[in-house]
Ligand binder design. Structure first.
Ligand SMILES: [Mg+2]
Length: 234
């Protein structure tokens, strides 16, 4: 019997579907910009503003693991191009706040909250995300001992720092931890490379096939407790 102490959870597409909430946040973000900076939205469509953001990263690679600061800085740059030179930083910060608030309006997968509550009685739970979802504003945060974003360690999964942070906080070895996430590279390969057990979340309509490095997988949150027990007992 393995002694599993820690469950690490990815957030986007593991606890909730990310596409609808990010699309909605992008729409609200752009509509806000249309009201406060119309010269920007006359020049940039939502698509070309995104292209500008991507191009900005090419010339500012220091923002690679700082997705919130990247969005703010690239928007500030676009605003300056449109003549908002003196207000660009302020408008960008406010527009980002609008985006971020909307981005937190997630809908948990069915049964996720109940199962997290049950698991938290037996294991330490820590969330690890490459995104800017803020678990702290969600009611389920009460089940988690800690939550980390790639920006906290300036390194995204699949690289080691986020996983090592969780192991350190939980004071446990990799073989005492299970990482649960949807992404076959960032979550499954990344965690496996450090020796954690892995469970692949296959909850999206277009989920990839079970990965060879995943110890097991699930496609309904009600399956997860037994998958964890299988690993703990194997
Ligand atoms: Mg994910």
């Amino acid at each position: 019997m393995k002694n599993i102490k820690l469950l690490c959870f990815d957030l986007d597409d593991t606890l909730w579907l990310s596409k609808p909430v990010i699309e909605q946040a992008e729409q609200v973000f752009y509509a806000y910009l249309a009201t406060v900076a119309p010269r920007l939205t006359e020049r940039f469509s939502p698509t070309s503003l995104r292209a500008h953001r991507l191009a900005f990263l090419d010339s500012h690679p220091e923002f690679k693991h700082q997705i919130s600061q990247w969005r703010i800085a690239s928007l500030s740059d676009a605003l300056a191009l449109c003549g908002y030179r003196h207000q660009s930083a302020t408008i960008a910060q406010q527009a980002f706040s609008v985006f971020l608030a909307e981005r937190q309006k997630v809908t948990l997968f069915p049964h996720c909250e109940t199962i997290l509550g049950e698991l938290s009685k037996q294991f330490m739970l820590i969330s690890l995300t490459n995104g800017n979802a803020d678990l702290g504003v969600q009611t389920i945060s009460r089940y988690f001992s800690a939550s980390y974003q790639a920006e906290d360690v300036n390194a995204a999964k699949p690289s080691a720092p986020l996983f090592l942070k969780a192991l350190d906080v939980a004071s446990c070895d990799p073989e005492e931890a299970i990482h649960i996430g949807d992404h076959v590279i960032d979550d499954i390969s990344g965690a496996k490379a450090l020796g954690l057990h892995t469970i692949q979340a296959r909850l999206k309509p277009d989920s990839p096939a079970p990965h060879e490095l995943a110890d097991t997988h699930f496609s309904d949150w009600r399956e997860l407790p037994s998958k964890i027990q299988q690993l703990a007992g194997s």
